[in-house]
Design a protein around this ligand. Structure first.
Ligand SMILES: NC(=O)c1ccc[n+]([C@@H]2O[C@H](COP(=O)([O-])OP(=O)(O)OC[C@H]3O[C@@H](n4cnc5c(N)ncnc54)[C@H](OP(=O)(O)O)[C@@H]3O)[C@@H](O)[C@H]2O)c1
Length: 276
């Protein structure tokens, strides 16, 4: 048997949490497929990665970049084909290099009253946060199963714990979807003894460009992307179903579970209004 290269496929890798995942998996010896909309940003990440490689030139690692709008079905299909081409699926053998990790991290939010945010933006949010994540999971799961194993991490949010998120209604709903989808699929994979494991990452606020893109004016203090990703990688190693970085967010999760929706939603509303 030849020596297989370990590959991680990371969406949203041009910025914030996804970018940090790229650095961490690269430092762990993985070759990378990095995906986001913006080629220039991906190239900048690649430059940083290559600088890190100079410290360990003996490592044979590859970096492939794919720029694609993961909210658009045509782009999603093209992305999936490109990934399959990278892994030369048509020549698949036992020794083929196939992805061991899929991090579905691409996503965005928007703050404001429902009718103040354009329908196009909200539709795109559903498409990227939900449709893109589901599509790539659907396409990659059989490949990982054929390869004999792998790990999928779906980046949801603490927003997914709450029964509703006024002033960020669509974003909260997309993240509830991601959490529910991941929990359901995790059980299916367990019951069929799949070699692929899946987890959800549910961070609270993380200091990344996310808030600026979401039009958040008064951001709550967040943790660093480094801390978030450390918790994520540790959670994946322990095969946790839901990974929640930080004690404050764990407390919020507990609150959302035990308090009635009619008490929780006004509290969320109060917090969200501060962001506008
Ligand atoms: N930051 C937080 O407070 C926080 C908290 C909980 C959960 N999250 C979740 O964490 C994930 C990453 O967010 P982040 O904080 O790292 O924000 P970020 O720095 O804004 O990164 C978002 C990433 O998603 C990519 N992306 C957005 N729309 C895309 C599209 N249509 N097609 C392809 N890629 C697209 C971006 O690529 P381009 O730059 O090329 O557009 C970028 O790489 C998101 O799913 C977010 O919901 C964030």
């Amino acid at each position: 048997m030849g020596t297989k290269t370990k590959w991680a496929v990371i969406t949203g890798a041009s910025s914030g949490i996804g970018e940090e995942f790229a650095y961490r998996f690269y430092d762990m010896g993985y070759s990378l497929v990095l995906i986001s909309q913006t080629r220039e940003k991906l190239s900048a990440v690649e430059k940083h990665l290559l600088k890190r490689k100079r410290k360990a030139p003996e490592r044979r690692q590859e970096i492939k970049l794919i720029d694609a709008d993961l909210g658009e079905m045509g782009s999603l299909k093209k992305t999936s084909l490109e990934i399959k081409k990278i892994f030369q699926m048509e020549k698949f053998t036992e020794d083929s290099n196939l992805p061991a990790i899929l991090i579905n991290c691409a996503g965005f939010g928007a703050v404001g009253e429902f009718t103040d945010i354009s329908i196009e933006k909200q539709e795109s949010m559903i498409d990227v946060n939900v449709k893109g994540l589901v599509y790539l999971t659907y396409e990659m799961l059989p490949i990982m199963e054929a390869a004999g194993g792998g790990r999928i991490l779906n980046v949801a949010s603490s927003a997914g714990f709450f029964p509703g998120g006024p002033y960020m209604t669509i974003y909260y709903a997309t993240k509830s979807f991601v959490l529910s989808f991941t929990n359901g699929l995790r059980r299916e994979l367990f019951e069929k003894k799949s070699p692929v494991h899946i987890s959800a990452l549910c961070p609270g606020p993380v200091n990344t460009p996310f808030n600026a893109r979401a039009n958040v004016r008064n951001a709550l203090p967040g943790i660093s992307a480094k801390r978030c990703v450390s918790a994520a990688i540790s959670g994946m190693k322990h095969d946790k179903a839901v990974i929640v970085p930080g004690i404050t967010i764990k407390a919020a999760e507990l609150g959302a579970k035990i308090l009635p929706a009619k008490a929780v939603i006004p509290m969320v509303s109060h917090q969200q209004k501060k962001k506008i």
